[in-house]
Design a protein around this ligand. Structure first.
Ligand SMILES: [Zn+2]
Ligand SMILES: [Zn+2]
Length: 353
């Protein structure tokens, strides 16, 4: 193991509160006009912004079809089997978020198809990171649904989230964080939180998918935020509650599910009165790769300002960008270099004859 001077891991990332605008004579306090709304601030974090884009499983599954080359509405509908109005809404949303763009493919009648933008193409490695996690932890006894072949080295490969400096796989325990120039908190818009995810089983109706399985574990926005805070060293109920501004019953429900799904284990830290904290299992720790891959993508494409967090890799002592590498040749993976071997047959494919 290389021995390098280690930066002391930051125990807690301080959250800076933005000053709220003071009411003036021209702008009376909001409470004078409206019923009081509980204001919630959350840590500036590209994972949060990323979840706004792919926060529900369907948007991600649509993108997955795009990476397989699907472009047209009818084909999306055939592959994903989701209600047409839901599909329309999700496609529109992905276009407004700049991930897809509409392009005419015939003039008469005028018809549009959906193509990936640069932002959408850059999301591809994030999908690979989610897929690797699902392949490693959630496939049960079955084979991986999809084997990646890296055209550059010609080998079957697995996507690894690595350090851009030394290319070694990134582990949460070998990484520390500090505030970047874009640190702070943002007021959460009402109605943006707690959006329901797609029915998890529906996501795999047409294609078995490790990405879908991973999204079942982390796809719900609240769960994702809880996992994120846990990587920021939160462990106890009241810590999660204070940092997320989450209602206790919702927090309790999500923690219970995260334990049931094997992301956290409950560990007793006090006997009288009995108290438990939540720590990552080995599987939970492995979510770090997908998390930081999302963070990187969000920093690159969704944040106008500087990155809110800077990551340091202890193995090489450098600040790094999470980058998705081929585990065989250690070259970064790009959508154009990937081939796929399907390890399943589509159970509802129409007969070919
Ligand atoms: Zn490194
Ligand atoms: Zn390779």
């Amino acid at each position: 193991m290389p021995t390098v001077p280690l930066r002391k891991p930051v125990e807690e990332v301080p959250v800076r509160r933005k000053a709220m605008p003071r009411p003036t004579a021209a702008t009376p306090p909001a409470t004078a006009r409206k019923p009081k709304i509980r204001r919630i601030e959350e840590r500036n974090c590209s994972v949060g912004r990323t979840i706004d884009v792919i926060g529900d499983g369907w948007s991600f599954m649509i993108l997955r079809e795009c990476y397989f080359g699907v472009r047209r509405f009818e084909k999306f509908h055939e592959m994903l089997h989701l209600p047409r109005n839901t599909l329309t809404a999700r496609l529109r949303q992905l276009v407004s978020q700049g991930v897809l763009r509409r392009a005419a493919y015939t003039e008469r009648p005028l018809r549009y198809e959906y193509r990936l933008t640069k932002i959408g193409i850059a999301l591809y490695p994030v999908m690979l990171a989610l897929m690797s996690f699902g392949d490693r932890w959630l496939k049960g006894d079955s084979r991986k649904p999809l084997q990646l072949i890296h055209a550059k080295c010609g080998k079957p490969c697995t996507a690894v989230v690595g350090c851009s400096h030394c290319r070694v796989e990134i582990l949460a325990s070998r990484t520390s964080y500090r505030d970047g120039p874009g640190t702070g908190t943002t007021l959460v818009a009402p109605g943006r939180r707690g959006r329901r995810s797609a029915d998890p089983t529906a996501l795999e109706r047409r294609r078995p998918s490790s990405v879908a399985r991973t999204l079942q574990v982390i796809g719900d926005r609240w769960r994702f935020m809880i996992i994120r805070e846990a990587f920021f060293r939160a462990r106890r109920f009241d810590e999660f509650e204070a940092k997320l501004g989450i209602a206790p019953n919702i927090l309790s429900d999500r923690l219970t599910r995260l334990v049931a799904d094997g992301v956290f284990k409950r560990v007793r830290y006090q006997v009288q009165p009995e108290r438990f904290e939540y720590r990552f299992t080995e599987m939970g720790k492995d979510l770090f790769g997908p998390m930081i891959a999302m963070l990187r993508w969000g920093d690159d494409w969704l944040s106008g300002a500087e990155p809110p967090l800077i990551l340091t890799h202890h193995d090489c002592g450098s600040d790094f960008d999470p980058t998705i590498y081929c585990d065989q040749c250690r070259e970064p993976l790009a959508a154009t270099d990937m081939r796929y071997q399907m390890n399943y047959t589509n159970p509802i494919a129409p007969p070919t004859s």
